[in-house]
Ligand binder design. Structure first.
Ligand code: SAH
Length: 219
């Protein structure tokens, strides 16, 4: 039997939003992994991209994006660009994406990968994403692709009223990808999206995001 495509995997997990499925179909993951890993790009697995960092498992990326319920009008802030795979998907589903990456060489790869698939509405910024991008705030949605014990305060501040924020909150056994919404100026926990293992969010405003020795793997 032929292997299921990534779109089929995502659909079988219960995600039926046609826009989400179309975005995945239009975004070749082969472009967003290092050349040595191209043969594994269509597997629903994380893949190392350097600096001990992974590009996330596609079905997890799908669940995080699905939770945002994007309509195409949004301005999004993404923290943790990596090789830009999630950035490309977000760009196809929203108006504009600002994505922050702490490693300049990963950001450079992401820019090239995004250009190669004709994404023109995403900007990759090198810097500490825990501070957000106040110059472009507020954001209708925020996605964080690295784990910390709490949502960094600047990211909550830069989210628009009624906006959605998805982030893995670190736990002892697993991280819990959690959906928040902003109501009356405060972040309200909406639901748990999925358990997962993320790399730590490393930055000035990250709580519990420092790199402990047992979290050095890149799942
Ligand atoms: N969204 C990516 C996931 C990349 S892994 C994908 O779909 O493939 C997480 C990324 O977060 C790593 O590249 C890491 O360097 C980055 N990161 C961690 N802390 C960060 C911070 N404070 N600011 C910006 N990027 C950060």
């Amino acid at each position: 039997m032929p292997r299921a495509t990534l779109v089929e995997v995502i659909r079988e997990m219960g995600m039926t939003d046609p826009r989400l499925l179309a975005a995945f179909a239009a975004t070749p993951r082969d472009r967003f992994v290092p050349p040595r890993s191209i043969s594994r790009a269509q597997l629903d697995q994380p893949i190392p991209i350097g600096h001990g960092q992974p590009t996330s498992q596609p079905s997890l990326v799908a669940q995080m994006i699905d939770a945002l319920r994007l309509t195409g009008t949004e301005t999004i802030l993404e923290i943790g660009t990596g090789y830009g795979y999630q950035t490309a998907l977000l760009a196809r589903l929203a108006r504009r994406v600002y994505s922050m990456e702490r490693y300049a060489d990963l950001a450079e790869h992401a820019r090239a990968n995004l250009a190669a698939v004709d994404v023109t509405n995403a900007e990759v910024v090198v810097g500490d994403g825990t501070a957000g991008l106040p110059g472009h705030a507020p954001f209708d949605a925020v996605v964080v692709s690295a784990a910390a014990a709490e949502v960094p305060e600047p990211l909550a501040e830069q989210l628009t009223e009624g906006g959605r924020l998805v982030m893995p909150i670190s736990g002892t056994i697993a991280d819990i990808v959690t959906l928040f919404t902003k109501r009356q100026g405060r972040l309200i926990q909406q639901r748990r999206v999925a358990p997962a293992q993320f790399v730590p969010l490393v930055g000035k405003h990250a709580k519990g995001g420092d790199e402990p020795p047992h979290r050095s793997t890149c799942l």
